[in-house]
Design a protein around this ligand. Structure first.
Ligand code: AHR
Length: 347
């Protein structure tokens, strides 16, 4: 199996280095190095952009996993938030004859043609984080990432449990949703979970507006929403960067952010739990609850590549377990679809 060759070559790389300290001639060293280089597994990684702290942490996880020392030659392309750039990157990977294509797609639609080209070239595609909506699921080998709708359901269950504990009536809950990038799996799942919960519980869902998963947009959108509505008391931000921007906008408008929603605070909840500022806000009660979204996918993608290298067929969909954080003591757990999730102190 190539994995074993890969490991042997990693050893060879180290040995050739050690030999270089001894008697090998320059030419011999170069030949050994070239052989080792050629035996690395080449991975083309199309990252969608750098919109959030989550995304940057995810990129670092991939880059620190797919190193030469681990037996990989990583070709990394940042799509700068444009699907067209990601499609170009995949076509370049195909021309370069990479061994694997790893794709973190910005949005779900529009991938059939280019993934068909990857299949024509016999290059396996692994999806990471978000998914694609293609007519033929065999266009990609497998996916690893979060259950975004479950994250949203857990958050909605927390809002319900907390507001009930505070003695609030459902119709007194006036929510706005600052959505992520429209058409991305994270946005679709989290938006759906809130919309369903609002309908089922009788909450007043005032507006859904995209903040594109960025702090700047979160701030801008929140400022606009505060001008449109004077009764907002829950802000559901589809990531932490948006929450940080929204908190700034609320405070700049002279309003109070906090957990005392029954006493006039505007309560902010969000997703990720990666950024130090958002964790601090969670400790301080400015973000009342965070549903974790785990970005450390590098080793998980590597495990999938190793399985494929060994001729195995990995599970098609690989979900990551995720936690809930809040410093509010009133709710200690939520139950979603029969599973209990403990609420943890932010660390
Ligand atoms: O797809 C995962 C989401 O994308 C994260 O929640 C968000 O922060 C990121 O930009």
């Amino acid at each position: 199996m190539r994995k074993n060759i890969k490991k042997a070559m990693v050893l060879l790389l180290s040995l050739s280095f050690l030999a270089g300290c001894g008697s090998s001639t320059y030419k011999e060293e170069k030949t050994e190095e070239n052989t080792a280089e050629q035996s690395l597994v080449t991975v083309g990684f199309s990252q969608l952009g750098a919109e959030s702290d989550w995304r940057n942490t995810n990129t670092i996880s991939m880059q620190s996993t797919f190193t030469k020392e681990n037996g990989y030659n990583l070709i990394y392309k940042n799509g700068q938030q444009k699907q067209a750039n990601q499609i170009t990157a995949i076509r370049t990977f195909i021309q370069q004859g990479v061994d694997y294509i790893v794709l973190a797609p910005e949005t779900e639609n529009g991938w059939d043609t280019v993934l068909g080209e990857a299949r024509e070239a016999d290059i396996p595609v692994i999806l990471v984080d978000r998914r694609v909506n293609v007519s033929d699921k065999s266009l990609y080998s497998c996916w690893v990432g979060s259950d975004f709708e479950l994250e949203g359901k857990k958050m909605a269950a927390w809002i319900k449990a907390y507001t009930e504990k505070m003695g609030m009536e459902p119709e007194d809950i006036h929510v706005v949703n600052i959505q992520g990038t429209i058409g991305s799996t994270a946005q679709i799942g989290r938006t759906r979970a809130l919309a369903n919960a609002a309908r089922e519980n009788g909450w007043d869902l005032l507006a859904e507006v995209s903040g594109d998963f960025t702090e700047a947009k979160g701030r801008e959108v929140m400022a606009g929403l505060l001008k449109r509505f004077d009764n907002i008391n829950v802000v559901y931000c589809e990531n932490d960067n948006e929450a940080i921007g929204a908190i700034d906008a609320i405070e700049s408008a002279g309003k109070r952010v906090g957990t005392n929603i029954h006493r006039g605070d505007i309560m902010v909840v969000s997703f990720d739990g990666v950024n130090e500022d958002s964790i601090q806000f969670c400790k301080d009660g400015k973000i009342s609850c965070i549903a974790e979204c785990n970005p450390h996918h590098g080793p998980r993608v590597e495990a999938l590549i190793e399985a494929l290298e060994d001729g195995e067929t990995p599970e098609k969909f690989n979900y990551v377990d995720e936690r809930m954080f809040s410093s509010v003591k009133a709710v200690t757990s939520v139950t979603v679809d029969g599973t209990l999730y403990k609420i943890e102190e932010p660390e």
